[in-house]
Design a protein. Structure first.
Length: 405
């Protein structure tokens, strides 16, 4: 994966949302993408529970492609793009071609770029959406609309009614086609699913590297989504073709890897490592708090899956025939367990992506001239964490990380 593509995706941490309204906290595009995927997961799980097949890989790819398009067109507001599509279709088509050209040289993955091109064409109406993806599209669009509504609800407490009334009315109209979705109904009516989302939303208000000035600031929630995207893209670098469940698990285990921090807050690495036993003690405390405050808010039909995602989150693992979590080697993942029935996860790949995100958070701020001993120490520690020529899940991490400094 090219360094230039990674840095381009990281720009979403700097794209401000709702910058024509009073904002009580920073709203950035990476955080919106993260919340949208949390909502898509919840709404989609309600659909699966009633027997609807959801194409999760379509949803995952759509979230990436929408983010790439947003980064390219950050100066054009969504209503303007909608007017272009409706009233000036030829110009809208040229605009889409321009977007694709921005990424053509950044992507060395021809298959992914083809999927990106197809997705842009589907959104423009040039290509049909396949029948097997339509349920996923419905869920994804509902999550997109409701995530925007949630942002507006949070902004409404500090903005005069006159500023937001029309936006609110338009959004309420746009959400109507998706009200057949039970998960969305639960969210709108502030049932248990909404309480869970409210808890997870707290990650949006928690700033990483909170002890030091940094540019751009990144939230725990936005960081989690960036880690999920890096896990997805780095996973595609492998010579081993992954089963569908492995791709899905990798993405969502990365998205949820910091979920306990929604109730424990972000404990910075130097503090966690103050004593030899402290990391294990902190993990134990996190598990107890999660069991008490988060698990009761989860539905039975996805609770166990989230526990699987967040327990031993950085180990390569599978589920055996007794539904027990078993840690395995990367070679075993590929040779014995690369099948949906084992629900495999490349946890070490999630860890690499987590460290890559932290490295960029420190390095980019230092390069902007906003630096501190915390950032320099953190960057150097991450660079020294991986030995030269050691390959982890097919990645020479030391060599790759040094491309960014």
């Amino acid at each position: 994966m090219k360094k230039e593509l990674v840095l381009k995706i990281f720009e979403a941490f700097s794209i401000q949302r709702w910058n024509d309204l009073v904002r009580p906290f920073e709203l950035v595009e990476m955080d919106k993408a993260a919340e949208k995927m949390i909502l898509a997961y919840v709404i989609g799980k309600f659909e699966e529970n009633r027997g609807v097949k959801i194409d999760w890989i379509w949803i995952i790819n759509a979230s990436l492609f929408d983010l790439l398009k947003k980064i390219a067109l950050c100066d054009i507001k969504a209503p303007v793009q909608q007017m272009l599509k409706k009233e000036f279709p030829d110009e809208y088509m040229r605009l889409n071609e321009w977007v694709l050209n921005q990424y053509k040289l950044l992507m060395n993955d021809d298959e992914l770029f083809s999927q990106f091109t197809l997705y842009i064409g589907q959104k423009a109406g040039s290509f049909e959406i396949p029948d097997e993806a339509k349920s996923a599209v419905h869920v994804y669009n509902a999550a997109h609309k409701f995530s925007t509504i949630r942002e507006l609800q949070m902004l409404s407490v500090v903005n005069e009614r006159e500023r937001i009334e029309k936006i609110e009315k338009d959004l309420q109209s746009e959400i109507q086609p998706y009200l057949d979705l039970p998960g969305l109904q639960m969210l709108i009516n502030h049932q248990k699913a909404f309480d869970l989302v409210m808890k997870i939303e707290q990650l949006r208000f928690q700033t990483r590297w909170n002890q030091t000035p940094r540019v751009p600031k990144t939230s725990v929630l936005g960081h989690s989504y960036f880690v999920a995207i890096m896990t997805l893209l780095l996973g595609r670098e492998s010579k081993q073709k992954k089963c569908q469940k492995r791709i899905i698990n990798n993405f969502f285990s990365a998205l949820f890897h910091d979920l306990p921090e929604s109730v424990t807050r972000d404990i910075i690495s130097p503090v966690k490592q103050a004593t030899d036993e402290l990391p294990f003690v902190v993990k134990n405390i996190e598990n107890k708090i999660v069991s008490k405050e988060l698990l009761p808010l989860m539905e039975d039909f996805f609770k166990d899956e989230i526990i699987y995602y967040t327990s031993e989150e950085f180990s390569n693992r599978i589920k055996n025939s007794n539904n027990e979590t078993i840690e395995v080697s990367y070679e075993e993942l590929n040779e014995k367990y690369n099948s949906d029935e084992y629900s495999p996860i490349d946890g070490k790949l999630v860890r690499i992506s987590d460290h890559l995100s932290a490295l960029l958070e420190a390095t980019i701020s230092i390069n902007h001239g906003i630096t501190s001993s915390h950032l320099v120490t953190g960057r150097d520690s991450l660079l020294n964490h991986y030995a030269k020529n050691k390959i982890i899940n097919e990645i020479d991490v030391y060599k790759y990380f040094n491309e960014f400094v």
